[in-house]
Design a protein around this ligand. Structure first.
Ligand code: FAD
Length: 398
């Protein structure tokens, strides 16, 4: 396909990766981001080997690895000490990598600058309007015209109002649960390379994830499972007494983390994130294409969202390269991304309530089934290939 003028909406994790791939193919690319500056919010996240494969193609895996923490295993146990699973990334293969969003975005921004891709910070795109002859006009606040483009890529996350304004068949379902998170300085070598979770039934779960190096210090992200109802009924405005009661609940599950959690002293330090399940029938329409969470958001139970978005970015650039028209490219792109995203969305949909729900019975079933399943050869094989993304490595088209 001939070089085009392309606008990318959203500088989360997916948008910048798409911008870099498209620029490499000779397109003229601009990125629009509503955040006033490069100051990403968000906890650390786990990059899987499937996402690192894409960072290698972009030539940034080394830089990201230098600021990341190798995650060698994932373990989850119940409050009573029963091990639900303990999964190791295979030796001699790529491990997971715990990273901070701020650091990864910083690396992406350097690359965008090097590639001379303009990033318009503080620019919220309010509408995407197709005009004559395959052109699209972006409009911002107060209907300000932001430019005319041949193609627009919407990568602005699960709550994308732009996606919702397009005439597309879709289903956006909020999960009833989300998580509170906070990132602090890792205080001890205990679980320095382990993503560690402890749960009590399905209503209480705490998790700790190594999250790379920030300002020279090794960081850990802390997650606490919270129902949206609890968040709305007081979780949002915990007073000091409620906060200290909540912290007691956390330390009951993870008493060994007292020192790490000591700097967490008031509710304002916590951020709440709700999960969404997003399904869109056709991933593009006319001259507009959806990417990342905007098209297939899922619960983070399996730690796959960023990895899927990076793979979308790569596959979309390839689809545009091999297709004669945008319409054809949308079909090729969706065909190659459909099964991987479907697999993880379905797996997350069934697994999430086993760890985050009001259904106590599911917790009992989980505690009975998981230990024998996850220690069997077959169960381990399935779980490791799922978490690392290895099932789908051959799906990536060169
Ligand atoms: C608690 C939690 C933990 C997670 N852990 C992991 C993990 O370990 N591993 C993993 O792979 N994934 C994880 N995820 C999922 C991951 O965060 C998402 O899948 C990923 O961030 C999606 O990237 P994105 O670029 O598609 O969207 P986003 O990261 O949501 O980025 C969208 C960007 O678009 C901008 N924007 C929005 N609207 C507009 C507009 N109108 N105009 C301009 N800009 C706009 C936003 O400001 C934002 O910067 C987790 C999610 C949560 C909630």
């Amino acid at each position: 396909m001939k070089a085009r003028r392309i606008a990318i909406i959203g500088a989360g994790m997916t948008g910048p990766a798409a911008a870099l791939f498209l620029k490499q193919d000779g397109h003229e690319v601009e990125v629009f981001e509503r955040a006033p500056e490069c100051e990403p919010v968000g906890a650390g996240f786990l990059l899987q080997p499937s996402g690192r494969e894409i960072l290698k193609k972009l030539g940034v895996d080394e830089a990201v690895s230098a600021l990341g923490t190798r995650v060698e295993d994932l373990r989850c146990e119940t409050f009573s000490g029963k091990q639900l699973f303990h999964l190791h990334y295979p030796e001699r293969k790529e491990s997971g990598l715990g990273v901070s969003r701020r650091e990864v975005l910083g690396i992406f921004m350097q690359e965008l600058q090097r590639a001379e891709i303009a990033v318009h910070w503080g620019t919220e795109v309010k509408s995407v309007q197709e005009v004559a002859q395959g052109k699209v006009v972006l409009r911002g606040q107060e209907d300000l015209a932001l430019g005319e483009f041949d193609l627009v890529i919407v990568a602005n996350g699960a709550r994308s109002a732009l996606r919702d304004s397009l005439q597309m068949t879709k289903r956006v379902t909020p999960y009833p649960w989300g998580a509170l998170w906070w990132m602090g300085v890792q205080k001890s070598p205990l679980y320095a390379h382990t993503l560690h979770q402890v749960c009590d039934g399905c209503r209480e779960m705490a998790g700790m994830m190594p999250s790379g190096i920030v300002d020279g210090q090794a960081m850990t992200s802390f997650f606490w499972s919270l129902s949206h109802e609890e968040w709305e009924n007081g979780g949002e405005k915990m007073d000091p007494r409620q906060f200290s009661r909540w912290k007691e609940r956390v330390l009951r599950l993870m008493p060994e983390r007292e020192e790490f959690l000591a700097p967490l002293t008031h509710a304002e330090q916590l951020t709440y994130a709700r999960y969404f399940d997003v399904r869109v029938k056709s991933w593009g329409r006319g001259q507009v294409i959806l990417l990342g969470d905007a098209v297939h958001s899922l619960s983070p139970q399996l730690g796959q969202g960023v990895n899927l978005g990076l793979r979308d970015a790569y596959q979309l650039a390839r689809a545009l390269r091999v297709s004669g028209t945008v319409n054809q490219a949308i079909k090729v792109y969706q065909k190659h991304r459909r099964w991987e995203t479907f697999y993880y969305q379905e797996a997350s949909r069934y697994l999430t309530p086993m760890f985050q729900s009001e259904k106590g019975g599911l917790g009992v079933i989980r505690d009975l089934i998981f230990p024998p399943l996850m220690s069997s050869q077959w169960g381990k094989h399935l779980a490791i290939k799922t978490m690392s993304g290895e099932w789908f490595s051959s799906y990536l088209q060169e």
